[in-house]
Design a protein. Sequence first.
Length: 111
Amino acid sequence: MKPFTIFFCILIISPSVFSYDDSQRYKVAKFYKEKAQKAVDNSVKHLKGECRIMLSMHHLDQKYAKLKRVRANGNSLVCKAAKKELKKYKNQKITYDTPEKLLRLTISTGH
């Protein structure tokens, strides 16, 4: 019975702990992902692939943060389109719900 309980607990906890993307947890990450995904989807070139993006945030106080740095790896064309869009928001104040220094996003296409 004990191994079954441990397995059941791991099964429930693991999806929330090992999230593929921070946009499922944080409003700020969801905002940036929507902007990047829209830019990639509306690109003139029909892009295919995936890009993993790490955003570094600089917290100004208990309420506001700024996007400090954008790093990406994956398909170079998808990453280039996403980074170009996200650089527009660099050094702009944004309110956040939970302070987080690094945000990870995954932008994928396959149209």
